[in-house]
Design a protein around this ligand. Structure first.
Ligand code: SAM
Length: 285
């Protein structure tokens, strides 16, 4: 006789502040599953209690996720549905869950996302910075030298950059952004999103730094930092070193015109600037 079909692992987003942001579907799934795998069971117990949900919770955090994953997989293979939640927002986004999701998929378990709040998307949606292309860098290194080294690598990134940061490091983080990206680069600080003291402040980095330094309230609560991507100055002499590196790699493999077009697509630098740079590099200009 065939066994019971395997259950489903639901990856459920929970609010990042305002409890009304949980979806009706999330509530239904949290109430219906056999078990909820939670980053912090005490924290999530309060959320479930608020919504009158009595589903049992089991810990699934960064310290036990790899080892305990098997327990959850066992329950799923036995035919039970399991929901994965983190303390706030979308699991796996700077939160635990990656190992469990990987293990579940490797075991042939169906994994279903139940989308909802996510601080980086909430911030981006209201920041007024280009949102067609962006990169999420999570948390920067805590130490200044390592943080500045990481930022150096991102200095000529053309897409909008998004960082999470702890409140006690927000000022030194903005100071380092200003040092590496320049005081004129536009930035937005999203703080306490969806909560009573929600702030979305957009200023050039130099001014944002002074504004946060002058008001200790801005150094409290949960923060997302968004920084406008690098814009190539006019003139081919200022094509970024990264764009030129890409161009050189492509020139070794394909005709000039195609290489310039592809390098433009990859780097975001204008095609005619790269075409001109390619001609100069091949000594034809
Ligand atoms: N999984 C979460 C998500 O989907 O956004 C992120 C979890 S991560 C451990 C926590 C960080 O997210 C905070 O340090 C802060 O940078 C950001 N964050 C979470 N809630 C926020 C809020 N309400 N306003 C601003 N940033 C928030």
């Amino acid at each position: 006789m065939p066994g019971k079909p395997a259950g489903t692992l639901y990856v459920v987003a929970t609010p990042i502040g305002n409890l009304d942001d949980i979806s009706a579907r999330a509530l239904r799934i949290l109430a219906d599953v056999a078990l909820i795998a939670a980053e912090d069971t005490r924290h999530s117990a309060r959320l479930l209690q608020h919504f009158g949900i009595a589903t049992p919770l089991q810990a699934c955090h960064e310290h036990n996720e790899r080892e305990q994953g098997g327990r959850f997989i066992g329950r799923l293979q036995a035919g039970e549905d399991v929901a994965l939640i983190s303390d706030a927002g979308t699991p796996l986004i700077s939160d635990p869950g990656y190992h469990l999701v990987r293990q579940a998929r490797a075991a042939g378990i169906r994994v279903v996302p139940v989308p909802g709040a996510c601080a980086l998307i909430a911030a981006l949606s209201a920041a007024g910075l280009p949102s067609d292309r962006f990169i999420f860098e999570g948390f920067l290194p805590a130490r200044m030298a390592a943080r500045r080294a990481r930022l150096e690598l991102l200095r000529e990134e053309p897409r909008t950059l998004i960082f999470y940061e702890a409140p006690h490091r927000i000022l030194e983080c903005i100071e380092d952004l200003q040092v590496i990206f320049g005081a004129e680069r536009q930035a937005v600080l999203g703080r306490e999103l969806t909560k009573a003291f929600e702030t979305l402040k957009g200023l050039p980095l130099g001014e944002l730094c002074a504004w946060v330094a002058a008001d200790s309230n801005q150094q409290r609560g949960e923060c997302v930092l968004l920084v406008a991507g690098w814009e190539a100055p006019e003139g081919d002499a200022q094509v970024s070193t990264e764009a030129l590196r890409v161009l050189d790699l492509l020139l070794a493999e394909m005709p000039l015109k195609r290489a310039a077009a592809l390098a433009a697509e990859i780097s975001g630098v204008r095609k005619n600037l790269l075409y001109q740079a390619a001609l100069e590099r091949q000594g034809d200009a």
